[in-house]
Design a protein around this ligand. Structure first.
Ligand code: ADP
Length: 250
Protein backbone atom coordinates (compact mmCIF):
# COMPACT_ATOMS: atom_id res chain seq x y z
CA UNK A 1 0.00 0.00 0.00
CA UNK A 2 1.32 3.43 -0.90
CA UNK A 3 2.10 5.69 2.09
CA UNK A 4 -0.09 8.34 0.67
CA UNK A 5 -3.26 6.24 0.81
CA UNK A 6 -5.29 6.56 4.00
CA UNK A 7 -8.42 4.57 3.12
CA UNK A 8 -8.57 1.47 0.99
CA UNK A 9 -11.89 -0.18 0.15
CA UNK A 10 -11.35 -3.56 -1.49
CA UNK A 11 -14.19 -5.40 -3.23
CA UNK A 12 -16.81 -4.69 -0.56
CA UNK A 13 -20.18 -6.45 -0.75
CA UNK A 14 -23.04 -5.86 1.66
CA UNK A 15 -26.73 -6.73 1.97
CA UNK A 16 -29.58 -6.11 4.43
CA UNK A 17 -32.03 -8.98 4.75
CA UNK A 18 -31.25 -10.34 1.32
CA UNK A 19 -31.31 -6.90 -0.39
CA UNK A 20 -27.99 -6.14 -1.99
CA UNK A 21 -26.85 -2.65 -1.01
CA UNK A 22 -23.19 -2.66 -2.10
CA UNK A 23 -21.69 -4.69 -4.91
CA UNK A 24 -17.97 -5.03 -5.58
CA UNK A 25 -17.12 -1.56 -4.33
CA UNK A 26 -13.39 -0.78 -4.55
CA UNK A 27 -11.58 2.54 -4.35
CA UNK A 28 -8.92 4.31 -2.34
CA UNK A 29 -8.60 7.75 -0.78
CA UNK A 30 -5.31 9.65 -0.62
CA UNK A 31 -4.24 11.66 2.42
CA UNK A 32 -5.31 15.26 1.91
CA UNK A 33 -7.99 14.39 -0.64
CA UNK A 34 -11.43 16.02 -0.57
CA UNK A 35 -13.75 13.32 -1.83
CA UNK A 36 -17.42 13.81 -2.57
CA UNK A 37 -19.64 10.74 -2.61
CA UNK A 38 -22.89 11.25 -4.44
CA UNK A 39 -25.68 9.01 -5.59
CA UNK A 40 -29.45 8.70 -5.34
CA UNK A 41 -31.19 8.12 -2.02
CA UNK A 42 -31.02 4.47 -1.09
CA UNK A 43 -27.90 3.98 -3.23
CA UNK A 44 -25.84 2.78 -0.26
CA UNK A 45 -23.87 5.92 0.70
CA UNK A 46 -24.55 5.83 4.44
CA UNK A 47 -24.01 2.07 4.52
CA UNK A 48 -20.64 2.53 2.85
CA UNK A 49 -19.65 5.17 5.43
CA UNK A 50 -20.62 2.85 8.28
CA UNK A 51 -18.49 0.11 6.77
CA UNK A 52 -15.56 2.51 6.40
CA UNK A 53 -16.01 3.49 10.05
CA UNK A 54 -16.06 -0.15 11.12
CA UNK A 55 -19.65 0.15 12.45
CA UNK A 56 -20.89 -2.45 9.96
CA UNK A 57 -19.01 -5.49 8.71
CA UNK A 58 -19.06 -6.18 4.98
CA UNK A 59 -20.29 -9.62 3.82
CA UNK A 60 -17.04 -9.84 1.91
CA UNK A 61 -14.18 -7.53 1.08
CA UNK A 62 -12.15 -5.39 3.40
CA UNK A 63 -11.64 -1.75 4.37
CA UNK A 64 -8.27 -0.56 5.59
CA UNK A 65 -7.62 2.75 7.34
CA UNK A 66 -3.95 3.70 7.47
CA UNK A 67 -3.23 0.09 6.56
CA UNK A 68 -5.29 -1.38 9.42
CA UNK A 69 -8.64 -3.16 9.08
CA UNK A 70 -11.33 -0.61 9.94
CA UNK A 71 -13.13 -2.94 12.36
CA UNK A 72 -9.86 -3.41 14.25
CA UNK A 73 -8.66 0.19 14.11
CA UNK A 74 -6.95 1.15 17.36
CA UNK A 75 -6.73 4.92 17.04
CA UNK A 76 -10.37 5.38 16.14
CA UNK A 77 -10.27 9.09 17.00
CA UNK A 78 -8.22 9.57 13.84
CA UNK A 79 -11.52 9.51 11.97
CA UNK A 80 -14.08 12.16 12.81
CA UNK A 81 -17.66 11.36 11.84
CA UNK A 82 -20.56 13.76 11.65
CA UNK A 83 -23.63 11.60 11.07
CA UNK A 84 -26.68 12.57 9.06
CA UNK A 85 -29.10 14.86 10.88
CA UNK A 86 -26.66 15.47 13.76
CA UNK A 87 -27.59 19.13 13.68
CA UNK A 88 -31.31 18.48 13.36
CA UNK A 89 -31.73 16.21 16.34
CA UNK A 90 -33.80 17.47 19.22
CA UNK A 91 -31.72 18.22 22.26
CA UNK A 92 -33.70 17.73 25.40
CA UNK A 93 -30.66 17.50 27.62
CA UNK A 94 -29.20 20.80 28.79
CA UNK A 95 -25.73 20.48 27.22
CA UNK A 96 -23.68 23.54 26.37
CA UNK A 97 -21.56 24.03 23.28
CA UNK A 98 -18.37 23.57 25.29
CA UNK A 99 -19.58 20.34 26.91
CA UNK A 100 -20.42 18.84 23.54
CA UNK A 101 -17.07 19.81 22.02
CA UNK A 102 -15.26 18.44 25.08
CA UNK A 103 -17.01 15.10 24.74
CA UNK A 104 -15.27 14.75 21.36
CA UNK A 105 -11.93 14.59 23.16
CA UNK A 106 -12.89 11.61 25.30
CA UNK A 107 -11.96 8.91 22.80
CA UNK A 108 -8.50 10.37 22.56
CA UNK A 109 -7.99 11.36 26.19
CA UNK A 110 -9.36 8.07 27.55
CA UNK A 111 -12.70 7.61 29.25
CA UNK A 112 -11.40 7.24 32.79
CA UNK A 113 -8.53 9.64 32.73
CA UNK A 114 -8.51 13.28 33.80
CA UNK A 115 -8.11 15.79 31.02
CA UNK A 116 -4.59 17.12 30.71
CA UNK A 117 -3.56 20.54 29.58
CA UNK A 118 -3.16 19.27 25.99
CA UNK A 119 -6.79 18.07 26.04
CA UNK A 120 -8.12 21.46 27.18
CA UNK A 121 -5.97 23.12 24.54
CA UNK A 122 -7.32 20.85 21.79
CA UNK A 123 -10.92 21.60 22.85
CA UNK A 124 -10.19 25.34 22.87
CA UNK A 125 -8.51 25.19 19.47
CA UNK A 126 -11.39 23.17 17.99
CA UNK A 127 -13.89 25.81 19.14
CA UNK A 128 -11.76 28.59 17.74
CA UNK A 129 -11.27 26.92 14.36
CA UNK A 130 -15.02 26.35 14.09
CA UNK A 131 -15.72 29.95 15.14
CA UNK A 132 -17.94 28.97 18.06
CA UNK A 133 -15.76 29.97 21.04
CA UNK A 134 -18.01 32.91 21.89
CA UNK A 135 -20.96 30.53 22.04
CA UNK A 136 -19.31 28.15 24.49
CA UNK A 137 -21.79 28.69 27.31
CA UNK A 138 -24.92 28.54 25.17
CA UNK A 139 -27.24 25.58 25.19
CA UNK A 140 -27.10 23.53 22.02
CA UNK A 141 -30.91 23.52 21.89
CA UNK A 142 -30.87 27.32 21.41
CA UNK A 143 -28.62 27.29 18.33
CA UNK A 144 -29.57 27.40 14.65
CA UNK A 145 -28.97 24.38 12.40
CA UNK A 146 -25.83 26.00 10.95
CA UNK A 147 -24.40 26.79 14.37
CA UNK A 148 -25.12 23.27 15.62
CA UNK A 149 -23.39 21.81 12.58
CA UNK A 150 -20.22 23.71 13.53
CA UNK A 151 -20.48 22.44 17.10
CA UNK A 152 -20.56 18.85 15.85
CA UNK A 153 -17.63 19.45 13.55
CA UNK A 154 -15.72 21.11 16.42
CA UNK A 155 -16.55 18.04 18.50
CA UNK A 156 -14.74 15.83 15.98
CA UNK A 157 -11.87 18.36 15.66
CA UNK A 158 -11.29 18.11 19.41
CA UNK A 159 -10.03 14.56 18.74
CA UNK A 160 -7.58 15.99 16.15
CA UNK A 161 -8.72 13.67 13.36
CA UNK A 162 -6.77 12.99 10.19
CA UNK A 163 -9.96 12.14 8.32
CA UNK A 164 -13.34 13.86 8.57
CA UNK A 165 -16.43 12.09 7.27
CA UNK A 166 -19.64 14.07 6.90
CA UNK A 167 -22.99 12.59 5.88
CA UNK A 168 -25.27 15.16 4.18
CA UNK A 169 -23.75 17.96 6.25
CA UNK A 170 -25.68 20.84 4.72
CA UNK A 171 -29.13 19.47 5.54
CA UNK A 172 -30.65 21.74 8.18
CA UNK A 173 -28.19 24.55 7.46
CA UNK A 174 -29.95 27.64 6.09
CA UNK A 175 -28.97 28.70 2.59
CA UNK A 176 -27.30 31.93 3.79
CA UNK A 177 -24.92 29.97 6.04
CA UNK A 178 -24.19 27.22 3.53
CA UNK A 179 -21.54 29.07 1.56
CA UNK A 180 -19.63 29.91 4.74
CA UNK A 181 -20.00 26.34 5.86
CA UNK A 182 -18.48 25.01 2.62
CA UNK A 183 -15.55 27.43 2.78
CA UNK A 184 -14.99 26.26 6.35
CA UNK A 185 -14.69 22.67 5.11
CA UNK A 186 -12.34 23.78 2.34
CA UNK A 187 -10.21 25.52 4.99
CA UNK A 188 -10.05 22.32 7.05
CA UNK A 189 -8.93 20.43 3.97
CA UNK A 190 -6.45 22.89 2.45
CA UNK A 191 -5.02 24.64 5.48
CA UNK A 192 -5.16 21.91 8.12
CA UNK A 193 -4.60 19.03 5.69
CA UNK A 194 -7.57 17.02 6.93
CA UNK A 195 -8.79 14.41 4.45
CA UNK A 196 -12.52 14.97 3.91
CA UNK A 197 -15.23 12.61 2.72
CA UNK A 198 -18.42 14.48 2.09
CA UNK A 199 -21.61 12.64 1.24
CA UNK A 200 -24.45 14.43 -0.46
CA UNK A 201 -27.25 13.79 -2.89
CA UNK A 202 -26.75 17.40 -4.04
CA UNK A 203 -24.67 17.12 -7.17
CA UNK A 204 -24.01 20.85 -7.66
CA UNK A 205 -22.43 21.29 -4.25
CA UNK A 206 -20.17 18.33 -4.70
CA UNK A 207 -18.80 19.56 -8.01
CA UNK A 208 -17.87 22.97 -6.62
CA UNK A 209 -16.09 21.91 -3.49
CA UNK A 210 -14.34 18.60 -3.90
CA UNK A 211 -11.33 17.40 -5.88
CA UNK A 212 -12.61 13.88 -6.49
CA UNK A 213 -16.12 12.57 -7.08
CA UNK A 214 -17.28 9.06 -6.45
CA UNK A 215 -20.75 8.18 -7.63
CA UNK A 216 -22.43 5.28 -5.91
CA UNK A 217 -25.61 3.49 -6.87
CA UNK A 218 -25.06 0.11 -5.19
CA UNK A 219 -21.98 -0.22 -7.33
CA UNK A 220 -19.38 2.37 -8.24
CA UNK A 221 -20.77 4.20 -11.24
CA UNK A 222 -17.79 6.53 -11.58
CA UNK A 223 -14.75 7.75 -9.71
CA UNK A 224 -12.67 10.68 -10.90
CA UNK A 225 -12.36 14.44 -11.14
CA UNK A 226 -15.54 16.57 -11.07
CA UNK A 227 -14.75 17.66 -14.66
CA UNK A 228 -14.67 14.10 -15.85
CA UNK A 229 -17.91 13.47 -14.06
CA UNK A 230 -19.64 16.37 -15.84
CA UNK A 231 -18.34 15.42 -19.28
CA UNK A 232 -19.25 11.81 -19.17
CA UNK A 233 -22.71 10.37 -19.10
CA UNK A 234 -22.77 9.16 -15.52
CA UNK A 235 -25.13 11.78 -14.20
CA UNK A 236 -27.86 10.93 -16.64
CA UNK A 237 -27.44 7.26 -15.92
CA UNK A 238 -27.87 7.80 -12.21
CA UNK A 239 -30.18 10.76 -11.86
CA UNK A 240 -31.89 11.19 -15.24
CA UNK A 241 -31.79 14.16 -17.64
CA UNK A 242 -33.18 16.82 -15.33
CA UNK A 243 -30.19 16.95 -13.06
CA UNK A 244 -27.74 17.03 -15.95
CA UNK A 245 -29.04 20.44 -17.03
CA UNK A 246 -28.90 21.83 -13.50
CA UNK A 247 -25.38 20.62 -13.16
CA UNK A 248 -24.16 22.40 -16.28
CA UNK A 249 -24.61 25.82 -14.70
CA UNK A 250 -21.38 25.21 -12.79
P1 ADP B 1 -28.15 6.28 1.03
O1 ADP B 1 -27.29 6.77 2.15
O2 ADP B 1 -27.47 6.32 -0.31
O3 ADP B 1 -29.47 6.97 0.98
P2 ADP B 1 -28.41 3.85 2.62
O4 ADP B 1 -27.08 3.27 2.78
O5 ADP B 1 -28.98 4.65 3.75
O6 ADP B 1 -28.43 4.73 1.26
O7 ADP B 1 -29.45 2.70 2.30
C1 ADP B 1 -29.25 1.74 1.27
C2 ADP B 1 -30.39 0.75 1.29
O8 ADP B 1 -30.33 -0.03 2.48
C3 ADP B 1 -31.77 1.39 1.27
O9 ADP B 1 -32.59 0.60 0.45
C4 ADP B 1 -32.20 1.33 2.70
O10 ADP B 1 -33.61 1.25 2.80
C5 ADP B 1 -31.55 0.04 3.19
N1 ADP B 1 -31.23 0.09 4.64
C6 ADP B 1 -30.50 1.05 5.26
N2 ADP B 1 -30.36 0.76 6.58
C7 ADP B 1 -31.04 -0.40 6.79
C8 ADP B 1 -31.25 -1.22 7.95
N3 ADP B 1 -30.75 -0.90 9.14
N4 ADP B 1 -31.99 -2.34 7.78
C9 ADP B 1 -32.49 -2.70 6.58
N5 ADP B 1 -32.30 -1.98 5.45
C10 ADP B 1 -31.60 -0.84 5.53
Amino acid sequence: MSDNICIEVEDVNFHYNGNTVLEHVSFSVKSGEYLGIIGPNGGGKTTLLKIILGLLRPDSGVVKIFGQRSDELEKRYRIGYVPQKASQSEFYFPATVEEIVKSGRTARAGLFRRYKEEDYKAVEKAMEIAGIAENRGRLISKLSGGERQRVFIARTLAGEPKILILDEPAVGVDIASQEKFYSFLTYLNRELGITIIFVSHDVGVIADEVNTVLCLNHRLVCHGSPERFIKEEFLEEVYGKKVTSVFHRH
